[in-house]
Design a protein around this ligand. Structure first.
Ligand SMILES: *Cc1c(COP(=O)(O)O)cnc(C)c1O
Length: 403
């Protein structure tokens, strides 16, 4: 039995390996930054084009200092979930700060945004309710929706016609919740929030936005996609992560009206049954929010570098998904081509990671780059130059080009 089981897993791994689909984890031996040192490259420095380090705060000294001070003051761990004896005053301070930043009544912290999304639906909705979800929503939303008993409806990415049909189909349900990513992470495109909020209002539905790939750097003050569209009042529930632009360590949250957050504290399973966040991490996150709120300069830099990369690639004739987000995906279709490009780039000292099934649909493999405010104009130019030379050297193996 045991041998058969292990053999089956080995066969699966061998099959992935032979198709070059095995995910390789590069070991970094430096702090996370625009330039990192990789063990596999003899600890040589490479340009990092795939971190969620949008504002370049992952190794910001103000965060490092805040975490150090937090360790000295609060010690290392809490050894408890929040409701037993794991609530430190810094947890509440961070929840209040996030609420103030995002202009919500209250906020609840989770170990990750994945946890926030898997805990939320089951706690708030039951078989009398319905949840309507965008087809490109993050895996954690898909799993969270699966865990809840509500009627489940799905609409094709940003398709307002399908969303309206779903709203009509769900009109007899007690509570209807429309849920979307603020930005779809594999494609770098934003949700049609004006369309969603209009329809939700018309059909009396609630709206939830997961703004993991927006908070800190999109919209006024970096307050995210609802703020960008002037729709903060129309979004009922916001989820997000501390693991991307806001310092990039870990942690997630749900923000919303007081009753929603109060109920999640009573019923969300990842909150009730999983350890509370390290206090030093919360201190650093407070510093990250302070920096992000006033980071107009970093946001301008991020926008400029993003346009530089997007324009450079489209001038070379490459098709890039999205229009202005620092997630810059280049669809290759074939997974082997994405791997080939990534290998070629690594040899040039640039880290770009190929994405294939099951992270993206079959036949939609891609190279997904992410621009950071920590990148210099010269570094972005290097990436564009590498694509120019990849096209020459890889010949038929070059990405799909368009007009
Ligand atoms: C990254 C991401 C998550 C997961 O966040 P973690 O805090 O790393 O668990 C959830 N939702 C979306 C949309 C994301 O992009």
């Amino acid at each position: 039995m045991q041998q058969q089981f292990d053999q089956r897993l080995r066969d699966n791994l061998d099959e992935l390996s032979s198709r070059k689909l095995l995910k390789i984890e590069q070991e970094i031996v430096s702090p996370q930054s625009a330039q990192i040192n990789l063990r596999a490259m003899g600890e040589r420095e490479v340009l990092n084009m795939c971190a969620n380090n949008y504002l370049g705060l992952a190794n910001h000294q103000a965060l490092v200092r805040a975490a150090h001070a937090g360790l000295e003051r609060h010690g290392f761990g809490m050894s408890s979930v929040r409701f037993i004896c794991g609530t430190h005053s810094v947890h509440r301070a961070l929840e209040r700060r996030l609420s103030e930043y995002l202009r919500r009544e209250d906020t609840i912290l989770f170990g990750s945004c994945f946890d926030a999304n898997t805990g939320l639906f089951e706690a708030l909705l039951d078989e009398h309710d319905a949840v309507i979800s965008d087809s490109l929503n993050h895996a954690s939303i898909i799993d969270g929706v699966r865990l809840c008993k509500a009627k489940r409806l799905r609409y094709a990415n940003n398709d307002m016609g399908e969303l309206e049909s779903a709203l009509r189909e769900a009109r007899h349900c007690r509570t209807v919740l429309v849920v979307t990513d603020g930005v779809f992470s594999m494609d770098g495109i934003g949700a049609n929030l004006p369309g969603i909020c209009d329809l939700a209002k018309r059909y009396g539905a609630l709206v939830m936005v997961d703004d993991s790939h927006a908070v800190g750097f999109i919209g006024p003050g970096g307050r995210g996609t609802p703020a960008r569209h002037g729709l903060e009042d129309r979004v009922d529930i916001l989820t997000g992560t501390l693991g991307k632009a806001l310092g990039g360590a870990s942690g997630g949250y749900v923000s919303g009206r007081a009753e929603i957050i109060a109920w999640l504290r009573q019923r969300a399973r990842p909150y009730l049954f999983s350890n509370s966040l390290m206090p030093a991490l919360c201190e650093a996150s407070l510093a990250a929010i302070d920096l992000a709120e006033d980071a107009e300069d970093l946001r301008e830099k991020l926008t400029a570098r993003t346009f530089q990369l997007r324009r450079g690639l489209s001038n070379l004739g490459f098709q890039v998904s999205g229009s202005d987000h620092p997630i810059v995906p280049l669809i290759t279709g074939d997974a082997a081509i994405a791997v080939q490009i990534s290998d070629y780039f690594l040899a040039l000292g640039i880290l770009v990671v190929p994405f294939s099934y099951p992270v993206v649909p079959q036949g939609a493999a891609r190279i997904r780059m992410q621009v950071s405010a920590a990148h210099s104009a010269e570094e972005i130019e290097r990436v564009i130059f590498a694509f120019r030379s990849a096209r020459t050297h890889l010949g038929a193996g070059s990405p799909r080009s368009g007009s």
